[in-house]
Ligand binder design. Structure first.
Ligand SMILES: *Cc1c(COP(=O)(O)O)cnc(C)c1O
Length: 429
């Protein structure tokens, strides 16, 4: 499509956008009486208007039914988490029995590593990407240190990072594969962020998963920036396990519960260690309070505690919105609006003298979701601050990068046009 940097053109794209009305389903912070332009749905998604009713429902059931709410509310609490399996499985390309919700992301990755990182003295290495999200780095370091003590391997050797090439910001796919092959039979686990949080680069999860398996390793993915953003086929790709947070693209509210995936091939494997609790126990016998653990077959066998229903309520509202629309439509709009934003950045770049915008996210649509990370040459943190105080919410990363995520659910093409005009005004000031 030939884009035009004009309000009329942007409005025309909005008229043709079959998801346009969803913008009105979200609550926007206000700036001078108008909605902000919100680019940080990759950090904390906006609140859907329908969410409050889901929370109120639990509050009312608690008030009216108290303990009886576990079994007798409209959405009983004792198996509330099972409502997520079907809709979430469609978002991540899995079978309903392969997904669950509990805890938060880093906690779930730790718990899944109990099952899927079982190093031996000779096979103990974990492959991850250079400059992974800090929580993932701390998690891996502490997991390695925990096992190194017992097994006597050197923890400093255990984490192998795939590096960027000199002067480059994205990681070459073939370098990931080469590194996996190089580590070979010392490789216990591959654990990478499916979408890099800094650059927005999407990894080829299918091929990397296969390469890890070819070396006899297991492969897990941190899908914090992937779930609800890009197409996933976790089941078909034979991914061993994955987890994601729900407060970014999934709009479930701050610090809310994490989703996780365990491939069906592992469900009946009694060799895997796992940390157990009563909510992973056989559903029919859960309340008989028997002494020995008999896990539910499927991802829900990894559950531990009874679920924080009040916090799951917003996540359920969100998952039902995704189910209404489907990932296909979200991805179709995502590709168009992200390309339009990229076009606007190039246009404004031509019109201003003291700035140059370098989009460091891959240009290829297969290798990106809705995030564009933009290097602001000739500009600095003042521009970011000025955008914020002019009602454009972006996110700043050292040394000089802003991240822009035009989320298909609630971002309009006209927002992209307005953003360009504000950007130009602030730079030319
Ligand atoms: C956002 C994010 C996290 C956050 O982890 P929490 O446990 O939810 O605090 C972890 N890893 C990645 C890659 C992220 O983007």
């Amino acid at each position: 499509m030939n884009f035009i940097n004009s309000r009329e053109f942007a409005q025309q794209l909005d008229t043709q956008d079959e998801l346009a009305h969803y913008k009105n389903e979200f609550i926007f912070p206000q700036h001078n009486g108008k909605n902000v332009i919100y680019f940080t749905g990759n950090s904390l998604g906006l609140q859907p208007k329908r969410t409050k009713a889901y929370v109120d429902e639990v509050m009312n059931d608690w008030a009216n039914l108290a303990v009886e709410g576990h079994f007798f509310s409209d959405k009983p609490w004792w198996d509330y988490h099972e409502r997520f399996c079907e809709p979430l499985s469609k978002i991540v390309g899995a079978k309903a029995s392969e997904v669950g919700v509990m805890n938060t992301l880093t906690v779930n990755l730790h718990l899944l590593m109990v099952s899927f990182y079982q190093p031996t003295k000779n096979r103990f290495k974990i492959l991850c990407e250079e400059k992974a999200f800090p929580s993932d780095q701390y998690m891996l370091q502490s997991q390695v240190a925990f096992h190194a003590k017992n097994l006597g391997f050197d923890p400093k050797e255990a984490i192998v990072e795939v590096k960027r090439r000199e002067g480059e910001l994205n990681i070459h796919h073939e370098d990931v594969i080469a590194k996996i092959n190089e580590v070979g039979d010392e490789l216990a686990l591959v654990l990478i962020g499916g979408v890099n949080y800094y650059t927005g680069q999407v990894f080829d999860m299918k091929t990397i998963t296969k390469a890890g398996h070819d070396q006899g390793a297991l492969v897990g993915w941190d899908l914090a920036h992937a779930a609800g953003n890009i197409e996933l086929q976790l089941h078909n790709w034979e991914v061993d396990f994955a987890a994601w947070c729900s407060y970014k693209y999934m709009n479930s509210g701050p610090g809310n519960a994490s989703g996780y995936f365990v491939h069906e091939k592992h469900h009946a494997n009694k060799e895997l260690s796992r940390f157990a609790g009563w909510y992973g126990h056989n559903k029919e016998r859960r309340f008989l309070m028997e002494p020995s653990f008999d896990p539910v077959e499927g991802a829900n066998g990894w559950q531990i505690s009874n679920l924080p229903v009040l916090s799951l309520a917003p996540y359920l509202a969100s998952v039902e919105m995704f189910d209404e629309v489907g990932m296909d439509k979200l991805i179709k709009k995502r590709n168009l609006i992200t390309s339009y934003l990229e076009f606007i950045l190039h246009e404004i770049d031509k019109e201003v003298e003291s700035a140059e915008f370098e989009v460091i996210t891959p240009a290829n649509q297969e290798e990106r979701g809705c995030q564009l990370s933009v290097y602001l040459h000739g500009q600095g943190r003042e521009l970011f601050n000025a955008l914020m105080s002019n009602g454009v919410i972006t996110d700043w990363r050292e040394p000089n990068v802003i991240r822009l995520a035009p989320v298909p659910f609630y971002t309009s093409f006209e927002d992209m046009y307005d953003f360009g005009q504000i950007l130009k005004k602030l730079i030319n000031k």
